[in-house]
Ligand binder design. Structure first.
Ligand code: ADP
Ligand code: MG
Length: 350
């Protein structure tokens, strides 16, 4: 028997736990398989819970990121999962493994960044756990939030024939990571653009107001946040909703500095836009008649919202339309256990 975990991949491993998970408590309305677990509190309101881990040399390098940025990001990535359910974040628990050689200034910086993010989004730090780490900084945050039960938006509510939207831009975080890894832009990149890309990677801004507004107005039938990459995350939404999707390459809101950087390297910016992770925007579906109100919400909140395609009845198949030719694409996105960290290459379909 082949004992190699890369065969299962990150999502196969999650399915292993999911397929054996007990679901006996009647007040749990959503368990494994969404951005948050959802628990009914009183028939009116639901509790949302999510947890995400950041590990040194897996998710970040201490040489790239200031401690304050790490503190911000470790809270922001969790708050983004609350946003994806249309919820309001309220409390955080901080599990932290601190390397014994970490300096007091660095820990203080981390604490400040964490606090800045929690305050910005109205979250109280409620508890946690502190240990020494012999293998780098490890941060695991659990975030809780609430939402009116009837407003909670799941990954599973999309139907064929609905519009697919992206809120925010694509590809900035992946391009920022490319720069942080020490790569340069051969054609030159102005300081503001450079800063924009790096900040997108290190200081993501979860779209809580947008998620909540879409949820309150019942404009999103399904929603997920962009953590692993558009194809991968939209793929999860499609799997849970048992739909497929057709995405139009020209409609993707690729961030302008990402385009400039990719062009100057002779790379296709589309690659960063569809497979680059950690943009922390939202992907959601709406009924065709709700397209105009969705666009209006984006305008009111000053968040770019782009219609990028449609859902289809072809379960779990995502097709990308580029220059009038359409091919099914694999879910390339971040996978912690794939050999390259990525899924399979594209499979053109006749
Ligand atoms: P996200 O990117 O939104 O944080 P993930 O892809 O990390 O979501 O996880 C997908 C789902 O699998 C979530 O419901 C998450 O809680 C669950 N999950 C991930 N890892 C585990 C695990 N080790 N045990 C149980 N559930 C898990
Ligand atoms: Mg998520």
């Amino acid at each position: 028997m082949n004992n190699d975990l890369s065969l299962l991949g990150e999502f196969g491993i999650i399915d292993l736990f999911r397929s054996h998970a007990r679901r006996a408590n009647p007040w749990v309305t959503v368990g494994i398989g969404d951005d948050c677990a959802v628990m009914d509190m009183d028939g009116q309101r639901s509790l949302l819970v999510t947890t995400d881990m950041l590990l040194e040399d897996v998710h970040f390098r201490r040489s790239w990121a200031r401690p304050r940025q790490l503190g911000w990001k470790s809270a922001a990535v969790n708050i983004s999962d609350i946003a994806a359910m249309g919820g309001t974040p309220s409390g955080a628990f901080l599990g932290i493994g601190i390397p014994t050689d970490m300096k007091m200034d660095d820990l203080t910086g981390f604490r400040r960044g964490l606090d800045d993010c929690l305050r910005r989004y109205g979250v109280d730090l409620l508890g946690g756990d502190t240990v020494a780490s012999t293998n780098g900084l490890a941060v695991s945050i659990t975030l809780i939030g609430t939402a009116p039960s009837q407003d909670v938006v799941r990954r599973s509510g999309a139907m064929p024939g609905q519009r697919v939207f992206v809120a925010g831009t694509l590809g900035a975080s992946a391009a920022g990571l490319f720069l942080l890894e020490g790569n340069e832009c051969p054609g030159g990149l102005d300081a503001d653009s450079r800063q924009e890309l790096i900040r997108a990677h290190l200081e993501p801004r979860p779209l809580v107001d947008l998620g909540r507004t879409l949820a309150e107005r019942h404009l999103a039938t399904a929603m997920i946040d962009l953590s692993d990459g558009l194809l991968s995350d939209l793929g999860h939404l499609c799997d849970e909703s048992r739909v497929g999707a057709v995405i139009k390459a020209t409609a993707l809101p690729i961030c302008e500095p990402t385009r400039i950087l990719a062009d100057s390297l002779g790379l296709d910016p589309l690659e960063w836009a569809i497979s680059g992770g950690e943009d922390y925007g939202l992907v959601f579906c709406t009924a065709p008649e709700d397209e105009a109100p969705v666009t209006a919400v984006g305008r009111d909140l000053d968040i770019p919202i782009s219609a990028i395609g449609w859902t289809t009845g072809e379960e779990s198949v995502i097709r990308l339309s580029v220059n009038h030719s359409m091919s099914a694409v694999s879910r390339k996105g971040w996978d912690h256990f794939a050999k390259t960290g990525r899924g399979e290459p594209d499979e053109p379909v006749p």
